[in-house]
Design a protein around this ligand. Sequence first.
Ligand SMILES: *[C@@H]1O[C@H](CO)[C@@H](O)[C@H](O)[C@H]1NC(C)=O
Ligand SMILES: *[C@@H]1O[C@H](CO)[C@@H](O)[C@H](O)[C@H]1NC(C)=O
Ligand SMILES: *[C@H]1O[C@@H](CO)[C@H](O)[C@@H](O)[C@@H]1NC(C)=O
Ligand SMILES: [Ca+2]
Length: 363
Amino acid sequence: MRRPLSSGLAPLLLPSLYLVLLGTCLLLLPPSALGASEQRLRQACATCRGIIERFDQGLADTAKKNFGGGNTAWEEKTLSKYETSFLFLFFLINVSSWCFPPSPISKEHEEHIEKWWFKLKKKHPDLFKWLCIETIEVCCPAGTYGTDCLACRGGSERPCHGNGLCEGDGTRGGDGACRCNREYSGEFCLDCSYGYYSSLRNDTHSVCTACHNACKTCTGASNTECEECKEGWIENNEEACVDMDECAEEVSPCKDDQYCLNTDGSFSCKACDDSCVGCTGEGPDKCKSCMSGYTMEDEKCTDVNECNSAEVCTRENEDCINTSGSYKCVCSENFENKDGTCVQIVKAGEWLFAFKTILRQKY
Ligand SMILES: *[C@@H]1O[C@H](CO)[C@@H](O)[C@H](O)[C@H]1NC(C)=O
Ligand SMILES: *[C@@H]1O[C@H](CO)[C@@H](O)[C@H](O)[C@H]1NC(C)=O
Ligand SMILES: *[C@H]1O[C@@H](CO)[C@H](O)[C@@H](O)[C@@H]1NC(C)=O
Ligand SMILES: [Ca+2]
C-alpha cells in the first residue's frame, strides 16, 4: 500500500532546499569543452549520484538526530521522519530538472524510488546501483563507460592500468579512451612520456619515473643514463650530463653593470653594487672599479666624505651632508632657503621682536 505523504512539511523545507540546490547546480556546472549531448550524459549520472548521496545523508541525519543508533524498532516508530526524507528527496528530484533541462530524472523516477523504498530496499540495498545504473540507466558500474557499459581500456578493474582516467568512466557517456597522467602515454597509458623512463614493466603494470634533471631523455635514473642532455647541461668525459658553467665563458653573457651567477642547468645575471663600475660578484668588495663619489679603500669601494673638503657648501649659514656617492648642501638649523641664500626663519609671534631688532640695528 502506498502511504500518503504529509505535505504539511513542504513549506518548512523548501526555502533552505532552494539554497542547497542552487549549490548543487553550481557544483555540477560543466567545466569542460565536451559536446552538449556528451555533457548531458555525464551530468545525468552526476545528478543521480548527487540525489542518492543527499538522500542517504538525509536519512543518516534523521536517524542520528532521533536515535542514538542500534534501535531496531525505529523504522516503525518514525514514519513521519521518512516522509520528511521523501519530501526532501522529491524536492531534489523536482529541482534537479531545473538545473539541467532536459533532466533524465522525472516524475516517473520519483515513483521508482518510492517503489524501491517500500518493496525493493531489502533485495537491492544499494539504491545508487539499483536506480542510477540498473533502472534509469544514467550511470555505469565503475571502470565501464558508454551506452552499454563497456569495460574501459585496460579493463574495468584498473582502467588505463591505473595510470590515467577513462573517458566517461562510470557514466553512460564517453568513449573509454584513456587520459593518461603526465608520466604516461599511449592508448593504454603503459608507455612513458618524454623525459620519463620505464622503471617497472610487466603485462599488467607500468611505472614511469622522471629522468635526472640533467637529461632530456634517458634510460635510467642517473645523469650517466641520459640519451640526450637537457639545455644548460653538457656531456663530460665520463659521458655524464653535467652543468655547463656559462659564467666561465670568455665573454660574459651579462651586461656591463651585472655579474654572472652560475646555477644548475642555467645561470643568472645580477646587478652590481651601486658603488661599482662593473663587478665580479655581489657587494662593494667585488667592484672592478668605483663609481664617482666612491674610492677604493681596503679593496672595497667606499663612499667619499665630500664634506671634509673646504670647497663644498661654502655659502653662509649652510651645512654639508654626506650622502652615498655624493653630498648635499642644506641651510643650517633655523635658516631656510630663499632665492639661493639661507635666511633666518622668523616664527609668528617673533615678528614684532625681529622687527624691533632690525630697526635697532639699522637706526
Ligand atoms: C514536484 O513537482 C510536482 C509537479 O511537477 C509537484 O506536484 C510536487 O509537489 C513537487 N514536489 C516537491 C517535493 O516539491
Ligand atoms: C607486475 O608488477 C606488479 C607491481 O610490482 C605486481 O604487483 C604484479 O604481480 C606483476 N604482474 C606480473 C604478471 O608479473
Ligand atoms: C660619508 O663619509 C664616509 C667617510 O667618513 C663614510 O665612510 C660614509 O659612510 C659616509 N656616508 C654616509 C652616507 O654617511
Ligand atoms: Ca650553469
